[in-house]
Design a protein around this ligand. Structure first.
Ligand code: ZN
Length: 322
């Protein structure tokens, strides 16, 4: 009786394997450091062992497992299951991950990039339940995204759809990790918010009118100011922090409005920073979206925090195979 699945979450710092039942309920989890510097052969062998260990700890035999879902940083090819040099996994160059797992375990393996898998998990188990068109956007060290339409991840021509963070909003703006300038990610990711906050505090100090709690929250060091401090100071009604939150919401809302016009989603679910910020950030984002998007798609869309929280990585892999 094959009623269970294995989910594998591959990150640059940690690997996780879970066993779940057919409803997505997670029975067991094993977590180990990736040790990415040891290369893919080490990580693969470790993953094989972890899968077996997780199945045993769940009290199951391997024949009870019907499929394996893998959530991994892209770029990757979902059809061939080949992973192409993710920035956080050095040496994973054209690695045939799907084939290797299938030949090891003799069951079907589905591979998806982590943002798409997360979007599918939110659609199946989280804030996207009951909707047809779901857009999920991460908001952490980068801004990634996944689009689920009518229950399917939208992949595009070669698995490159959903790069919502690299829409250019300010052509002469700050440099982005992708090499272009003024991408949404270069304006609203955690590090981007921190950079803008640091510059604003530096300017206050130079102008001789420092009036923000941001510097105190960061222990007195400008270079230690992070996006978390901006949110914390914003909650204390710090004027500069609220300006930074407004600015972030303005760019996020602008970027989301573009996507709302193109995709007409039922719901946009925002991760990490938006979850931590709540309505402090979401309300001004909603306001900008309603101003910038076309009336009908703007009326239809809900903008909400993603719901799966810490379980997202595990459920992302599981969502691919249940
Ligand atoms: Zn970019």
């Amino acid at each position: 009786m094959k009623r269970h699945v294995v989910g594998i979450d591959i990150g640059g710092t940690k690997l996780a394997t879970v066993v779940a039942d057919s409803t997505g309920h997670i029975l067991n989890k094993v977590r180990k450091p990736t040790l990415a510097e040891r290369g893919p052969e080490y990580a693969l062998q470790l993953l094989f062992d972890m899968v077996r260990e997780t199945v045993v700890l769940a009290g199951l035999e391997q024949k009870a497992i019907s499929a394996i879902g893998v959530s991994c940083g892209g770029p990757l090819d979902t059809k061939t299951g080949i992973v192409y040099s993710p920035p956080n996994l050095p040496g994973w160059d054209a690695l045939p991950l799907k084939t290797q797992l299938e030949s090891e375990f003799q069951i079907p393996v589905t591979i998806e990039n982590d943002a798409n898998a997360s979007a599918l998990a939110e659609y199946r188990f989280g804030g996207g339940r009951g909707y047809n068109a779901v857009l999920y956007m991460t908001m952490s060290t980068g801004i990634g995204g996944g689009i689920v339409l009518d229950g399917q991840v939208y992949h595009g021509a070669n698995d490159s759809a959903g790069e919502v963070g690299h829409q250019i909003l300010v052509p002469d703006g700050p440099r982005c990790g992708c090499g272009k300038r003024g991408c949404l990610e270069a304006l609203c990711s955690g590090p981007a918010i921190a950079r803008r906050a640091q510059a604003a505090v530096r300017k206050q100090l130079i102008d001789g009118n420092a009036s923000t709690v941001l510097l105190d929250l960061a222990g007195g060091r400008i270079e230690d100011i992070k996006s978390e401090h901006v949110l914390e100071a914003g909650r204390q009604d710090d004027v500069l922090a609220l300006q930074l939150v407004e600015e972030t919401a303005y760019y996020m809302g602008w970027g989301i409005a573009n996507l709302v016009n193109i995709l007409n989603p039922d719901i946009v679910l925002l991760g990490t920073i938006a979850i931590a910020a709540g309505d402090l950030l979401l309300d001004p984002i909603r306001k900008t979206v309603s101003e910038f998007a076309m009336t009908r798609p703007a009326e239809a869309v809900k903008i909400a925090p993603a719901q799966l929280g810490d379980a997202l990585g595990d459920l992302a892999a599981v969502a691919l195979v249940v």
